[in-house]
Design a protein around this ligand. Structure first.
Ligand code: ATP
Ligand code: MG
Length: 164
């Protein structure tokens, strides 16, 4: 089914605004994907996004920042293109030798365990399944001193104006 990706992004962003505010984490949303549609399930995509924002909120301390971005990169003529969703934060980061493992079920990085941040370690494995079920791709980059960035690319059903 066609899912207007901007609607999902903005709805989930609205859900998380009060939480970031109460944690004193500056939350920025930048969604430039008007009219862009992904084929799939809006509720599953919202669930994936919630898991990413939950992680950003959990692993980012007071006075940090979290950003949710959605862009449509330049594409070839006649190609519907992709939408790129990015969730980044200035939180505790992931040790470089562990970053490849965080998509695994029940995996929690050592610094998260040490910081006693709770969670079974299932969120990212579910996010990866949902994105791949939508024929998308997901990757994560992180830096212990700077924070974490998760990027999900989803193929579009319908061409939309280019925004980045
Ligand atoms: P759950 O999502 O099931 O409640 P969880 O958040 O611990 O538990 P995942 O979302 O799968 O599990 O993330 C796995 C691990 O990856 C986390 O425990 C943490 O070590 C690391 N991680 C994920 N996102 C971030 C982030 N934004 N910043 C720092 N570490 C992260
Ligand atoms: Mg999680």
């Amino acid at each position: 089914r066609p899912v207007p990706i901007a609607d999902v992004v903005n709805a989930v962003a609205d859900e998380f605004r009060p939480r970031f505010e109460s944690q004193e984490v500056t939350f920025t949303v930048d969604c430039r994907a008007d009219e862009a549609e992904v084929g799939g399930d809006a509720e599953l995509l919202a669930h994936a996004l919630r898991n990413l924002l939950d992680n950003a909120a959990k692993f980012t301390a007071k006075s940090g920042t979290a950003t949710l971005r959605c862009t449509i990169p330049p594409r070839k003529v006649g190609d519907a293109g992709t939408s790129v969703l990015t969730v980044s934060d200035t939180g505790i980061g992931i040790p470089p030798e562990e970053v490849d493992r965080v998509f695994g079920e029940f995996y929690r990085a050592s610094n998260a365990v040490r910081a006693a941040v709770e969670g079974p370690g299932l969120g990212l494995s579910l996010v990866k399944e949902i994105i791949e079920a939508h024929t998308g791709r997901i990757k994560i980059t992180s830096d212990l001193s700077r924070g974490t960035q998760v990027t999900a690319e989803l193929p579009l059903l319908k061409a939309a104006p280019m925004t980045a």
